[in-house]
Ligand binder design. Structure first.
Ligand code: GLU
Length: 309
């Protein structure tokens, strides 16, 4: 067994020395104020042991990492019918692209690009008011992480509601194709709020544990999804979890992972561990620059890549 505590300490030390830290997302004003010097890492192994270093207990905006949780919830509600609403192919374009949507009749490529996550939010709204759907998501994430202190950062949600013009355009565009059942304002209310969930690396690594352990959370003893569904969610994270950088992430890290513009990444080493990293500066694809690098070191030194040691 590797000395995981020594490894996360090493990674943290190495990252602290980097002067090139990427660029903090500034299109959501509330994210632009985050200090790029932060770095946190948390690893929870399938036996429930935690290894953390750096700012592992500092909350950050998980943004698109939340799309893994909303996808899981929506699959629980409608099962494979979800795939009538959204595809499961990598998009090969930017996370907020509208061009592909037009060519493909308003059906988003996958649940992790913005349009796809907006379609998933629409599914979660069925039979609910936006507030209730948001409450369901928060309860689900608390259940996954086994932590009732997790909340939505209302400042971030408001900041994005005021400036998310592109997401409004995507939603209205999908509605024009008859692909949303609810008003764009309601769907985006749900979407912006789940993106604004504030979590720490430690909480995120707990929340992802069911994906590392075949759908079952060994820390809480609760089954979240079937083994097959966990495997498929992992497949989507591998192929689509890093926008147009998904191929590069698979090449360098070799683990299913989902990134967010807040600089967080949740990665899964199936059968081994759930890993969360946070470094707010992003690379050109909108993925955490040093977070990706930290996971690359992690995968290399543990041999956890799903493609072999
Ligand atoms: N709420 C963000 C947006 O829609 C999420 C983007 C991301 O994390 O990739 O722009």
């Amino acid at each position: 067994m590797h000395d995981l505590q020594a490894l996360v300490n090493d990674i943290q030390r190495e990252i602290a020395n980097h002067s090139k830290r990427g660029k903090v997302a500034d299109y959501i004003p509330q994210l632009a104020v985050v200090d790029p010097a932060h770095f946190g890492i948390a690893v929870t192994t399938v036996d429930g042991t935690e290894y953390v270093a750096g700012d592992a207990d500092v909350s950050f905006s998980i943004q698109s990492v939340s799309k893994v949780f909303t996808l899981t919830l929506a699959l629980g509600m409608v099962g494979d019918r979800l795939w009538n609403r959204v595809g499961r192919e990598p998009s090969g374009s930017a996370f907020n692209s509208i061009v592909q949507l037009e060519l493909e009749n308003g059906k988003p490529r996958n649940p992790f690009i913005n349009a796809g996550a907006i379609a998933v939010a629409d599914v979660l709204l069925a039979g609910h008011q936006p507030k209730e759907a948001i409450g369901e998501i928060v309860r689900f994430v608390r259940f996954l992480a086994d932590d009732d202190s997790i909340v939505i950062d209302e400042h971030v949600a408001r900041s994005e509601t005021e400036t998310g013009f592109r997401n409004f355009a995507l939603a209205q565009f999908m509605r024009s194709f008859g692909r949303l059942d609810h008003p764009a304002e309601h769907v985006l209310g749900v979407y912006f709020h789940h993106c604004a969930l504030a979590m720490t690396c430690r909480q995120l690594s707990h929340a992802g544990l069911f994906l590392a352990a075949g759908g079952h959370n060994p820390s809480t003893g609760r089954t979240v999804v079937s083994r097959g569904r966990a495997r498929r969610i992992n497949a989507l994270m591998l192929t689509c979890g890093h926008y147009d950088g998904s191929g590069d992430f698979a090449y360098r890290v070799g683990l299913p992972g989902k990134s967010g513009v807040g600089g967080g990444i949740m990665a899964v080493a199936p059968g081994k561990a759930s890993i969360a990293v946070w470094s707010p500066g992003l690379n050109e694809n909108g993925n955490s620059l040093l977070g990706s690098y930290a996971l690359e070191m992690m995968a290399q030194r543990t041999g956890w890549s799903i493609f072999g040691v």
